[in-house]
Design a protein around this ligand. Structure first.
Ligand code: DGL
Length: 274
């Protein structure tokens, strides 16, 4: 058992948005070792077809398994919404996506039962959040909108609170959700916490914003505790990407904040067997 505890937690995303989950993990589980894989060579997943997303996710998982992880977190709204349950249930280590813990937090937060969801086109088309919320709260009124421009805006650094371009795009995307008078909004993509202040300005102070990285990190902590897998002697993070490491260096500080600064390596993820 001691050996299993010392193994790292594996986290992956289509790109670097999943680092918002790593930041939360580092904050609440400072003694865990983390291996992160960001598929920066094949991002975005959110505008691709289901078969491609599943094939990519399986290769990402194969890489993390080869690194000997004890737990896998898909810190990607798109993968979490698309990877079949039969596949993740059969993995040799526990796996969690971001959808169910984030849906649970939204159901806890809402008072009116009117919940908004924003995500990539693939996440919204999958209706994953609707399904997860309705299991917990069958009478919830859910309004979901795909926001394809948010990811490129964040990756281009357009996330400061005063950014007029992102503010205008957010006003347009969030029109329907504002019209639905929601009191809770799920930021259903791990990039979106970076523009939470802009989204908050558009939605107003009475709408609770639910951060998938934060909720999933809390969920993972509880799961590791329950299964006796918590580490108390680690704290290192290793980062892997499938494209130039330069983009990681450029963007990771935005996502990781104070936790930026570890080594990053490049791998060929398409060599991994699905
Ligand atoms: N990481 C993806 C998500 O959370 C966003 C980027 C993409 O489209 O691949 O849905």
């Amino acid at each position: 058992m001691a050996d299993a505890r010392r193994k790292p937690v594996g986290v992956f995303d289509s790109g670097l948005g999943g680092l918002t989950a790593v930041r939360e993990l580092r904050r609440i589980l400072p003694d865990e070792d983390i291996v992160y894989f960001g598929d920066t060579g094949r991002v975005p997943y959110g505008t691709r077809g289901r078969d491609t997303i599943i094939r990519y996710a399986k290769q990402d998982i194969a890489f993390l398994l080869e690194k000997g992880v004890k737990y896998i977190i898909a810190a990607c709204g798109t993968v979490s919404s698309t990877l079949p349950r039969e596949y993740s249930d059969a993995l040799p280590v526990p796996y969690t996506g971001v959808v169910s813990s984030t849906a649970q937090a939204a159901v806890r937060a809402t008072r009116t039962g009117r919940i908004g969801v924003i995500g990539t086109p693939a996440t919204v088309a999958s209706r994953s959040y609707e399904t997860a919320i309705r299991m917990l709260k069958p009478d919830a009124e859910i309004t979901a909108v795909g926001c394809p421009l948010f990811v490129p805006l964040v990756e281009s650094g357009y996330f400061d609170r005063g950014n007029q371009v992102t503010h205008l795009v957010a006003e347009d995307y969030l029109k329907t959700i504002r019209g639905a008078d929601v009191d809770t909004l799920i930021l259903g993509c791990t990039h979106y916490p970076l523009i939470a202040p802009i989204i908050g300005d558009v939605m107003g102070p009475d709408v609770a914003l639910i951060d998938p990285g934060r909720e999933t990190a809390k969920f993972a902590k509880a799961a590791l505790e329950r299964s006796g897998l918590l580490n108390d002697a680690g704290g290192r993070a290793e980062y892997y990407v499938s494209d130039d490491v330069e983009s990681f260096h450029r963007l990771s500080e935005w996502f990781l904040g104070d936790y930026a600064g570890s080594d990053v390596h490049r791998i060929s993820v398409d060599e991994y067997e699905v």
